[in-house]
Design a protein around this ligand. Sequence first.
Ligand code: OAD
Length: 225
Amino acid sequence: MVVLTGAGISAESGIPTFRDPLDGFWSQFDPEELASRQGFKKDPKLVMEWYAWRREMVLKAKPNAAHEILAKWENRFKNLTLITQNVDGLHQSAGSKKVLEMHGNIHRLKCFDKSHPCDWPSVAESPLTCSMCGSQLRPDIVWFGEYLSSDVVSKIDVALMSCDVFFAIGTSGVVYPAAGYLDKAKSMGALTVVINPDRGSKGNAECFIQETASKALSIVDSLIQ
Ligand code: OAD
């Protein structure tokens, strides 16, 4: 089983999605300014403040029933691969141990020049610099125009090749490569299921559950007891 999650799974934990027309991050903020190397070079202080604000929001959030059910499924299904586009770490907070984070994690920093890993400081200092090479620190998040971790991508490819059931939960399916995974799983013979309150996200899935993540997963979970 392969499960791909997106921002919608954390919506019920109080974290805005990206593309909601009212409160989505990208309806209020410019991704070019806040989620690209060029934007960071132009105004690193603005970018770091924005991610610090988002991280504070995430630190206050708790995993919801959907995260918890998927954590339970990790023990239940030996070959479950959980892939997330989210950077909030809520799957891990719910107890999932093997999470493939496609877009990084907001709780980690790395340096701009050499990607040396680093933690957020407890006291806000500005500018933050790498203790090893002196370059500026940035969130360990994949920005637009950047490559995904090749290790994560190859683990995902292996999982998709042998997948029997593929779930896409709470994702608009517009950002590649994640947006192509459902079709890839389908072409390998998997049963494909989309869980999303928005009908527009159904794509080519054979099974579409038009519901929130927590409600849909609670029902699916009870049916496979
Ligand atoms: P989007 O904001 O594009 O889509 C969120 C989806 O969640 C939408 O299809 C909503 O209908 C759905 N949704 C909302 N509430 C839900 C709920 N309670 N239960 C289930 N679904 C719900 O977010 P992503 O698809 O995750 O990249 O976006 C993909 C990437 O684009 C993100 O990882 C981010 C962004 O740019 C980076 O930051 C690198």
